[in-house]
Write a protein that binds this ligand. Structure first.
Ligand code: GLU
Length: 445
């Protein structure tokens, strides 16, 4: 059996870090098992679903490298839902209910007031044909509920949470369809999971109770339920679900020059018993992916950790990985020299400018100006070579007696305009002898 997972966002907004994590785990598990990964847009809500979000979600997943093998949209499948609904209706597994939202709210309040759980009382099942006719004559339209079978407990072995056990009598019969005929998430999702051959449903633990209900839907539709893995939710550094996480998505990561590899490396591992490691290649992460490594405690997402991981990953990126994002004239050798100095890819321009100029010359003391003028003379005597820095500093040491910081610092400042930066051995050949002469002359003047 081919493993097939799905990521099923509702295109009513942008992806945030929590659902990126779910998408990633579905994708990784499919890739690890040689299976397929389906991107399914849960767009039954015509009001709130927008094509711009469909496109944005596709683009975000593509940027992250999470390629889908197949794409589906629920909005193209209404006929199928209608067909399966008719089947459930014929088998009395769905029933109409006429309570208004206010009536239901009142029932819940009364139950809570009596210290009882707010479970739907199934009053709709007791309606006589006359009562139903009266509601219809009033112009009331029914919403529809799925009738849970109370006969046996609902159980499954969750790949993350282990044995799960629900008493269906403690669950409300879920509303699956609204008065206006529109669908709630629960039934179309189960129909799709069956029709699309989904073998593993990987999603957040906020769906655990939905799973109990959907397991009965699978059976009612004549199918075996898939396997389930419910992962612990993502929390911020303050240890709770924050608004901030809800608004943190690919566009904010891109703005901060976070690489997709860093997001993948972090989200693949937080909440698991494996350490977060700087890896620029997703293959070892896929190879090690295992639901058994996922913990029950919330996964902590720390933006600072992401920034640090990002820096380490940038230091691993090969020229070929970044070539298209570098200044045109910057070659592989220049990338190697500049790379260790980057906090993120946004720093490239700044360091490239140190090579190409102009650089601002800092104020120099008279002694240093004199020293730099000697340096200018020495450099003039030298030929271009990859050893230029060694030769220049060697000659200057001999001529002036300077060593250590007093020898290196004025040179670095004159040549780069900064007092820190790339290894001068590697940087000077990039700057080039002629440009270096001009910079020394300027600083000495
Ligand atoms: N559209 C649902 C959601 O975004 C999908 C849940 C699921 O994975 O079944 O919550």
């Amino acid at each position: 059996m081919t493993i097939k997972t799905r990521f099923a966002p509702s295109p009513t907004g942008h992806l945030h870090v929590g659902n990126i994590r779910t998408a990633l785990h579905n994708w990784m598990f499919a890739r690890k098992s040689g299976g397929r990964f389906l991107l399914r847009f849960d767009d039954t809500d015509a009001e709130r679903s927008k094509d711009e979000y469909v496109e944005a979600i596709r683009a975000d997943l593509a940027w992250l490298g999470l390629s889908a093998d197949e794409e589906q949209r629920q909005s193209t499948r209404f006929d199928r839902y209608e067909e399966q609904f008719a089947r459930l209706k014929a088998e009395s597994r769905v029933y109409p209910a006429y309570e208004t939202a206010q009536e239901l709210d009142l029932k819940r309040k009364i139950q809570l007031g009596r210290g009882k759980p707010p479970i739907y009382d199934r009053a709709a099942l007791e309606l006589t044909p006359e009562q139903i006719a009266a509601f219809e004559a009033e112009g009331r339209k029914p919403h529809w509920r799925f009738k849970l079978d109370h006969a046996a407990p609902i159980t499954w072995t969750d790949k993350i949470r282990g044995e799960q056990h629900f008493d269906p009598a403690l669950l409300s019969d879920p509303v699956i369809r609204r008065e206006d005929g529109s669908w709630l998430y629960m039934l179309p999702s189960a129909i799709d999971d069956i029709d699309m051959g989904i073998t593993h449903v990987v999603r957040g633990e906020d769906h655990v109770a939905n799973t109990a209900v959907q397991i009965q839907m699978f059976h009612a539709l004549g199918a075996e339920p898939p396997e389930f893995a419910h992962e612990a939710l993502l929390v911020g550094t303050e240890g709770k679900l924050s608004k901030r996480l809800g608004s943190l998505g690919v566009s904010s990561f891109r703005e901060k020059n976070i690489e997709p590899q860093a997001i993948v490396a972090l989200l693949a591992r937080i909440g698991t018993s494996d350490p977060v490691e700087p890896v620029a290649d997703v293959q070892p992460l896929i190879a090690g992916f295992d639901f058994a490594r996922f913990g029950r405690a919330p996964a902590r997402f720390d933006e600072e950790e992401l920034a640090q991981l990002n820096q380490k990953i940038v230091h691993l990126l090969a020229y070929a990985d970044v070539k298209d994002r570098l200044p045109q004239a910057m070659d592989a050798a220049a990338w190697e020299v500049i790379r260790p100095n980057l906090h993120d890819m946004g720093d490239v321009e700044q360091w490239w400018q140190v090579v190409t100029g102009p650089v601002s010359t800092p104020e120099m003391s008279l002694e240093d100006q004199e020293f730099l003028s000697v340096a200018h003379g020495k450099l003039e005597e030298l030929e271009t070579s990859s050893e230029l820095w060694k030769e220049l500093t060697g000659a200057l040491k001999e001529a002036t007696g300077r060593k250590g910081k007093p020898l290196f610092m004025p040179l670095r400042q004159a040549l780069t305009g900064l007092d820190h930066g790339p290894d001068m051995n590697a940087l000077l050949p990039l700057i080039g002898r002629d440009v270096a002469l001009a910079r020394l002359a300027k600083a000495a003047a």
